[in-house]
Write a protein that binds this ligand. Structure first.
Ligand SMILES: *Cc1c(COP(=O)(O)O)cnc(C)c1O
Length: 442
């Protein structure tokens, strides 16, 4: 399969190149040239298949031309060695719990998949050259990527995170690992971290010095595998006979997760409509309303993994629905608003939702999942059944959840283990020159 750039000024890449480069040379995002439609019989039988079996079918459609099928199956089965259940929260509203992976975050899937795919390509190449992964995180990405890549030989990971803006538990998950993982604490906000990473990829001298790649949600190997979740959600809902008018609601920040769901939809996944739910960072919401995209600096909120003011994957969504710029902006906007609606919630509303859901249903939402749940409560129509992604285990935001609900959320053993490790990081300014000098010394 070939991959082209959303900016249209880069050479076509194969999967290997798209994964190693992450971002195309014109700063665009890679898109597969073809999206395969899966056969009707697959959807007919899907509710009888396991998460791993479903994912292997989807993965074959994406990557089957480029990866040996036995190896691909091994990568998929290794990546998805955990459950992804739908849990009934109230009548017609279900939580798709994406947090049963190693760091209790939905990003575990993309991170592990990418680590194993990159390892596969490095081995195929047989040169033994070290690959360096740079990743900017507002919290969850860093821990998922660090753990997905931990101990994978031939790859070193640098995690850049904004000082004082990730929860203590999240911080432990990437600062205590050691081995091939280095945590870099940037004196700035998430967008500064992202800018440092983007500049590094564009810097000729640095790229001469070391082989760099990204593991942000822009990487095709990270964002596409997230589509597995949505096929699984459909299967589990179909098994309950609740899949006829399915509304899928995705709490969104950089829009990688929902973008993968939209790819699934293009492959024939029968979902009636989507909701992209936001916290106070409402850039996409405003695009839906006005047809104009106006990025802004991010605002810090309770749902901090969604504090993004210029979502990277917006370009992919536009590209998908404009059929790679064949349609006008108006026609594209029209297609998007026909399928996707938006929602935006301020911190006070998120708190209110968490309290109300806990009181009424006994279900503990984390602040991100709360945005998803509330958007369904606010917009579900008669006959529709809603599934929202619960994107993180509430214990990952324990201080906030305990405080808001007045409870003591139990910390799963897996999380507790991270908190016992020793924290190590490299302090860094938000100026690219400093970051560059540091990398040149590695
Ligand atoms: C990353 C993340 C999101 C946002 O996902 P995107 O793919 O960036 O839209 C939502 N919730 C949690 C808990 C996250 O970690």
């Amino acid at each position: 399969m070939n991959y082209y750039s959303t900016n249209g000024n880069a050479t076509i890449a194969d999967l290997h190149k798209a994964v190693v480069k992450g971002l195309a040379e014109d700063r665009g995002l890679y898109m597969p040239e073809e999206i395969k439609i899966l056969p009707k019989v697959f959807f007919g039988n899907i509710h009888e298949m396991s998460f791993q079996q479903i994912a292997y079918n989807v993965a074959s459609a994406f990557f089957g031309e480029d990866v040996d099928l036995d190896a691909l199956q091994d990568i998929v089965y290794d990546t998805l060695a955990f459950d992804c259940p739908v849990v009934k929260v109230k009548e017609n509203i279900y939580a798709l719990e994406l947090f049963h992976g190693p760091t209790l975050a939905f990003k575990d899937v993309g991170a592990r998949f990418m680590a194993r795919l990159l390892q596969y390509f490095i081995r195929m190449e047989g040169k033994g050259e070290q690959v360096n992964v740079l990743v900017a995180t507002s919290g969850d990405t860093g821990s998922a990527v660090a753990n997905g890549f931990l101990g994978v030989d031939g790859i070193h990971v640098y995690v850049l995170y904004p000082k004082g803006k990730v929860s203590p538990i999240q911080e432990c998950q990437f600062t205590t690992l050691g081995q091939n993982i280095t945590a870099i604490e940037v004196d700035g906000v998430f967008d500064d971290c992202q800018a440092l990473v983007k500049s590094a990829f564009m810097d000729a001298e640095l790229n001469q010095h070391m082989k760099l790649t990204s593991a942000n949600s822009i990487n095709v190997a990270r964002f596409l595998p997230q589509a597995f979740y949505y096929f699984n959600a459909y299967a589990r809902m179909k098994a309950l006979d609740k899949a006829d008018e399915l509304v899928m609601c995705v709490p969104s920040g950089n829009f990688g997760n929902i973008c993968s769901a939209l790819f699934g939809h293009q492959m024939g996944l029968p979902i009636k409509r989507f909701i992209a739910s936001n916290n106070a960072n409402d850039v996409f919401f405003n695009y839906l309303l006005t047809g104009k995209y106006s990025p802004k600096p991010s605002i810090q909120t309770l749902a901090n993994a969604m504090d993004v003011g210029d979502p990277s994957n917006f370009a992919r969504i536009i590209n998908l629905y404009s059929q790679n710029k064949k349609l006008t902006d108006e026609a594209t906007h029209h297609r998007i608003t026909n399928l996707i609606s938006g929602a935006t919630y301020k911190d006070e509303e998120i708190k209110q939702t968490m309290r109300q859901c806990y009181e009424e249903n006994g279900y503990i939402l984390d602040p991100h999942g709360a945005c998803g749940y509330q958007a369904l409560v606010d917009s579900l129509q008669p006959g529709e059944v809603g599934v929202f992604c619960e994107t993180a285990h509430p214990a990952k935001f324990k201080e906030k959840v305990d405080d808001i609900l007045g409870i003591d959320v139990e910390i799963p053993a897996r999380l507790r283990a991270f908190m016992e490790g020793e924290k190590q990081n490299v302090p860094m300014t938000k100026h690219f020159e400093d970051f560059k000098q540091y990398l040149l010394k590695q």
